[in-house]
Design a protein around this ligand. Structure first.
Ligand SMILES: C[S@@+](CC[C@H](N)C(=O)[O-])C[C@H]1O[C@@H](n2cnc3c(N)ncnc32)[C@H](O)[C@@H]1O
Length: 252
């Protein structure tokens, strides 16, 4: 089998037998929609077991750095899983590192695509919880996003996907059956992320409320909006573009 994407999906099928491949394919294609992976250098922050990292490499990325410290929000053993898949794929373009984003030293390397999939809130959960009302927490995220901007090539794409804070079930004494483990208070609205990322030097925001993968394209039309998201899982994808050096001054 020499199609790298076909190889990736057949490996996923073997490694994660409970995964519905068609749903995964749809979710990955929508996650990276409008993002050029071919020939790119990708940073996957909070990479988990590497589903997105290996997809990016199989879709043509020339280098993928995956940060997975098994910290907040992690399911145990994800890095071991990551490494076992790396061995099976034999793809040397993917490097997994145990550094947190805070500790990672890129050594001057710049990336064309930076992904934070279900990870932005975990970078500093305490700060994230009070980000909408606490200037100290904002400063913490300002520093994190300044670092993110420093390692982004001019014109690079940033993809931030997460749950928003507001959801019907955040106000009810019952768990959301579609997202029973979500701690809504540890999330923030995409508008707030966008505001802080704009300050850091990212521009051209595109926000999409994510629909249920099982409903595919019709689901995007029917449920890919803020109101439906509030009733469902409140998941969003925000993409932004790194402004070129010289077109940006702090605060503007
Ligand atoms: C909910 S998981 C998401 C994993 C993966 N991106 C996915 O979508 O399946 C969040 C991940 O962020 C990682 N993480 C937490 N704090 C981090 C930090 N400071 N720097 C980098 N990664 C971090 C955790 O180890 C965890 O695997």
């Amino acid at each position: 089998m020499d199609d790298p994407l076909a190889r990736y999906f057949s490996l996923v099928e073997a490694e994660w037998p409970q995964t519905n491949i068609a749903n995964l394919r749809f979710s990955l294609e929508t996650l990276f929609e409008g993002v050029t992976l071919g020939g790119s250098r990708v940073l996957d922050v909070g990479a988990g077991d590497g589903r997105q990292s290996f997809y990016a490499a199989s879709a043509g990325a020339v280098r993928v750095v995956a940060l997975e410290p098994e910290a907040a929000g992690s399911s145990g053993g994800v890095r071991a899983k990551f490494e076992s898949i790396a061995n099976r794929l034999g793809d040397e373009s993917v490097e997994v590192r145990s550094d947190t984003f805070q500790d990672y030293e890129p050594g001057g390397e710049r990336f064309d695509v930076i992904l934070l999939n279900a990870a932005v809130n975990h970078l500093d959960e305490e700060a994230c919880t009070s980000l909408h009302r606490d200037s100290g927490a904002r400063d913490t995220y300002r520093q994190l996003f300044a670092k993110l901007a420093d390692m982004s090539a001019d014109g690079s794409k940033l993809v931030v996907a997460d749950c928003a804070r507001r959801n019907l079930f955040a106000q009810l004494p019952v768990r959301n059956p579609l997202a029973p483990t979500i701690e809504w208070e540890k999330h923030q609205q995409p508008r707030l992320w966008c505001e802080l990322l704009t300050e850091a030097g990212f521009a051209d925001p595109h926000l999409r409320w994510t629909s249920l993968n099982t409903l595919r394209t019709p689901g995007r039309v029917l449920t890919g909006n803020r109101v439906a998201a509030w009733f469902l899982r409140s998941t969003f994808r925000l993409t932004m573009t790194r402004r070129a050096a010289g077109t940006f001054s702090a605060g503007g």
